[in-house]
Design a protein around this ligand. Structure first.
Ligand code: ZN
Length: 259
């Protein structure tokens, strides 16, 4: 049997036999949607960019520099669509087999794929927040203003600077999604990691929390992670292709159960 089929069968078996499965996702789930993994050396987003643009300090010094950079990336970001791995997680939640998705990503693709219970550890690029009055605005509209020459775009209410509601370097993580994620992992009996190398804090603390509470661990990541030895199943394949196969098997399994 092909490795993918074997892996997908084991994956579906673990999912349908769990009571409280939770997914933890990182940049690797979105690379097949065309969003580059900015931490990959050389190929990453930052290969040709001055990183201070996305540091809090750099942003506060000159927000227009950030928006110029964001305008350049905008076609990639706005064209990105969920891939089968995002859709699989949406499906599992809808069918009652997944309690929620904890993500390190800021791209909003989980929500596009139908996931509702999403905890964004690093915030979201889908919203902009006014640094003076904290009002939130849809990022798409803010970007349209920037593209048409209003750089930096300012708050419609108070003329404060609008910052993407994603965490920049040098910024603290939002507390609420982190606390909710810890709670979710404490209750989990299955933690499904997809596209995270589990090296960035604090996301890399979550597998330990789940393992300590007796959860099984599944890791779908093309590169090895520090938790591979603890995993019940390792899927070192392209996650989108793997998810397509797993989705078909899941559908069949559910049909068989329903009939
Ligand atoms: Zn404001």
């Amino acid at each position: 049997m092909k490795n993918t089929n074997k892996h997908a069968m084991e994956f579906v078996d673990l999912v349908v036999n769990s009571q409280h499965a939770v997914a933890l996702t990182g940049a690797g789930i979105s690379t097949e949607s065309g969003i580059p993994d900015y931490r990959s050396p050389g190929t990453g987003l930052w290969a040709n960019v001055d990183m201070s643009v996305v540091s809090l300090e750099g942003f506060l010094r000159d927000p227009s520099k950030y928006y110029s950079y964001a305008i350049e990336l905008y076609p990639i970001r706005s064209a990105a669509k969920p891939n089968p791995a995002h859709y699989l997680l949406g499906l599992l939640e809808r069918r009652g087999f997944l309690s929620g998705v904890v993500t390190q990503n800021v791209d909003g693709l989980h929500q596009d794929a139908g996931s509702e219970n999403v905890y964004e550890l690093h915030g979201s690029l889908r919203q902009a927040v006014c640094l003076d009055c904290n009002l939130l605005f849809p990022m798409e509209k803010v970007m349209q203003r920037a593209i048409s020459g209003e750089n930096p775009p300012l708050c419609e209410q108070c003329k404060g600077v609008l910052k993407p509601n994603a965490i920049f370097f040098g910024e603290a993580l939002p507390q609420i999604p982190w606390k909710e994620s810890v709670k979710l992992c404490e209750q989990a009996d299955l933690l499904i990691v997809i596209g995270s190398s589990l090296q960035v804090s604090p996301a890399n603390l979550l597998p330990d929390i789940a393992l300590r509470n007796g959860a099984s661990l599944v890791i779908c990541n093309i590169q090895p992670t520090p938790f591979d030895a603890d995993a019940k199943l390792i899927v070192d394949e392209k996650v989108g292709e793997f998810a397509s196969v797993a989705t078909k098997m899941f559908d069949k399994e559910i049909e068989d159960k329903d009939s």
